[in-house]
Design a protein around this ligand. Structure first.
Ligand code: SAM
Ligand code: SF4
Ligand code: SF4
Length: 336
């Protein structure tokens, strides 16, 4: 293994791979329906990386120190035979954790074969448990009960962890913080609250819609007592809390109010094989072109090494100093 570090001395450990750019939802904070309509040009099948190409890349990344893979999208469960990819990746030396982020709509039927293939952990997005609001927040596509049933199935399965991602927006779903927690209190399902982020340029992000984690904690403490837990590992994105009088854990991902760039060891690959070294990147590196144009793996390896060793991203720490980020990558392209 040839472990590499970036310019800020951060290793590369975590690779997030978008396997699908399209989605069966149109969440307004990610893929607003008016901008992602029937005329929107998503990738053609042949433009997406194939499973063998993904496998090839992951082998290289594993050699540089990556041990965790997260499959995401768009909606990753729209990708056919995803279990086959999981099986390939699970067999790669050095990869010891495979996770999936999904909206959960297509999960229940696929869950057993994903687990059989080696899936370790799952994150399911759930912004509300109000049926009408859920439908609205999915861009009039999602059925809440289907997702709740899938969460129950995941919770009862052998997965190592089941976490829910709730993006909180002021005046939209902040009244759902307590009901969501109440539903999953005393279970093994961790509810995580994510600050609404200024990813991409299409989601009409406004600072006034962000509700920061301190406000969320205040809302929670109006009903239950909670206390912080120490991080599981260096570079953990979520800050963890537990109830004092109940079982269960709560997480906070506070990219806006409490950036965590100092320990960021994540790289992201889009469905068409572009490498991004930051969620807010406006530079991309086309790995697919290299994979498809040459049989020379050494060149691919050297390119990836060079990109990481020259990385100095820390967008969340310096966002207040930046103006006019017109070219930021959209969340659906790199999957959070
Ligand atoms: N479709 C899958 C899903 O929704 O779980 C995976 C891809 S989605 C882009 C990954 C995560 O990004 C989801 O949990 C979603 O809620 C989150 N997300 C999307 N747009 C966001 C934004 N503007 N701010 C914060 N989180 C966002
Ligand atoms: Fe689709 Fe996930 Fe984006 Fe919602 S957040 S539109 S489910 S990719
Ligand atoms: Fe990592 Fe970029 Fe997010 Fe900072 S802003 S934590 S560098 S992805």
């Amino acid at each position: 293994m040839n472990k590499i570090k970036d310019k800020l001395n951060r290793p590369i450990k975590d690779l997030r791979i978008s396997v699908m750019d399209t989605c069966n939802y149109r969440c307004p904070y990610c893929m607003p329906a008016d901008k992602f309509d029937e005329n929107y040009q998503f990738l053609k099948k042949e433009e997406r990386l194939g499973f063998l190409e993904i496998e090839k890349l992951v082998k290289i990344f594993a050699n540089f120190g990556v041990n965790k893979i997260r499959l995401t999208g768009g909606e990753p469960l729209l990708r056919r035979n995803l279990d086959r990819l999981i099986k390939y990746l699970k067999n790669i030396e050095g990869i010891d954790d495979i996770a999936l982020t999904t909206n959960g709509q297509l999960l229940q039927k696929q869950l057993p074969k994903l687990i059989d293939a080696g899936l370790d952990r799952i994150n399911i997005s759930l912004d509300t448990i109000d049926e009408d609001l859920y439908y609205q927040m999915s861009g009039n596509r999602g059925q809440l009960q289907v997702v709740l049933d899938a969460i129950d199935a995941a919770s009862a399965s052998s997965l190592k962890s089941v976490k829910l991602n709730c993006v909180v927006q002021k005046g939209v779903n902040d009244h759902q913080i307590l009901p969501l927690l109440e539903r999953y209190q005393d279970t093994n399902v961790v509810v995580r609250f994510i600050e609404f982020m200024d990813v991409g340029t299409k989601n009409d992000w406004q600072k006034s819609k962000v509700i920061d984690f301190k406000e969320i904690i205040k809302i929670i403490e109006s009903k239950w007592q909670i206390e912080p837990l120490s991080a599981n590992y260096i570079g953990e994105v979520a800050e963890r809390y537990r109830y004092k009088n109940h079982a269960g854990e709560i997480g906070f991902i506070s990219s806006i109010s409490k950036p965590f760039c100092q320990t960021c060891s994540r790289a992201r690959i889009s469905a068409d094989g572009k490498l991004y070294t930051c969620l807010f990147a406006h530079t991309e590196h086309d790995l697919k072109k290299l994979i498809r144009s040459s049989n020379n793996d050494k060149e691919l390896e050297a390119t990836i090494q060079n990109i990481w060793q020259n990385r100095d991203d820390r967008y969340s720490e310096i966002r207040h100093e930046l103006t006019g980020n017109k070219d930021k990558i959209e969340m659906y392209v790199i999957g959070g």
